[in-house]
Design a protein around this ligand. Structure first.
Ligand code: ARG
Length: 288
């Protein structure tokens, strides 16, 4: 009798477990492989962003707005589906794309050879540079080499983070074959790097005298510096940049069907004047 009860209980547990495995399998879709037809069938385009990067994406009265968001809307419209924006820290955006939790990452993401190993990129959509921000009255840091021995604040997971860390994929010159030249750093090695959740917090560290400098993308640097300087000049952007980069949209590694679709759709948005309009709206100029 007792044996039967035990057997029955075991069978019930096994059945419950297999059912939950089955259900979990049904709810998780690997979006990294989804082509345009799959997305149409799914009914929405799921985009990861990090809304702390004006004018590309930012929170305004609780709403996520910006250049990337408007382009995302235009792409969703072309697909004839709804747009779902998932807001997360920048640090999580590329892994959300790589692990198939979203269809796409649109977050002022710099297209680099290192990142290209784990995700694919659309055509480049914007040229940028990594700028240095220091206190307004700072006279000792005048360029990248002067960051040697300093405390540098950055947004975690960004190019600024990898530069400040003297990462071999970013902080040195490369020869024509793509080999890193470790004797040719493009900035002076900081003594310490403070990683923060967003660029605003990083620049605030400089304003508060807790960090000597920030490495941040040009347009967000201008927007954030302008807001911190609203009541008097506290911080400034140096003229010499550290690194030139270009933004692209990130999609699943090897997802050629979606890449071809996005590149074509983006070209159409250029040709019909949408991109020039959005550049004017968000950057104040029709060129990138
Ligand atoms: N362009 C830089 C990078 O790719 C910074 C991007 C940060 N984006 C953001 N939405 N906070 O690393």
């Amino acid at each position: 009798m007792k044996k039967k009860i035990v057997l029955f209980t075991v069978m019930a547990i096994v059945a419950a477990l297999s059912l939950s495995v089955l259900l979990a399998g049904c709810t998780t879709v690997d979006m990294s492989k989804a082509g345009p037809e799959d997305i149409k069938a799914y009914g929405k385009l799921v985009v990861a962003t990090s809304a702390d990067f004006p004018p590309f994406e930012n929170l305004e009265n609780g709403e996520i707005v910006g250049w990337d968001i408007d382009v995302a809307k235009a792409l969703a419209e072309k697909l004839g589906v709804e747009l779902e924006i998932q807001n997360m820290e920048f640090d999580a955006v590329l892994s959300a794309v790589a692990s198939g939790k979203v269809h796409m990452g649109m977050a002022g993401i710099s297209n680099t050879p290192k990142r290209d190993e784990s995700v694919d990129f659309s055509v480049n959509v914007f040229d940028s540079s990594q700028m240095i921000i220091v206190k307004a009255d700072n006279t000792t840091i005048n360029g990248p080499m002067d960051l040697a021995g300093k405390t540098v604040a950055v947004q975690a997971g960004t190019i600024g983070n990898w530069l400040a860390n003297m990462d071999e994929d970013y902080a040195y010159e490369f020869d024509d074959d793509g080999n890193v030249l470790l004797d040719k750093p493009i900035l002076g090695a900081p003594a310490s790097v403070t990683k923060l959740a967003n660029g605003m917090m990083a620049v605030q560290q400089v304003a508060d005298g807790k960090a000597d400098a920030v490495i941040l993308d040009k347009l967000p640097a201008e927007a954030i510096v302008a807001s911190i300087n609203a009541n008097g000049e506290k911080v400034k952007i140096l003229e010499t940049s550290v690194y030139d980069d270009a933004y692209a949209f990130a999609i699943g590694e090897g997802n050629t069907a979606f890449k071809e679709w996005i590149d074509k759709a983006y070209q159409e948005l250029i040709d019909d004047g949408t991109i020039a309009e959005l550049n004017q709206k968000w950057f104040g100029s029709s060129e990138e």
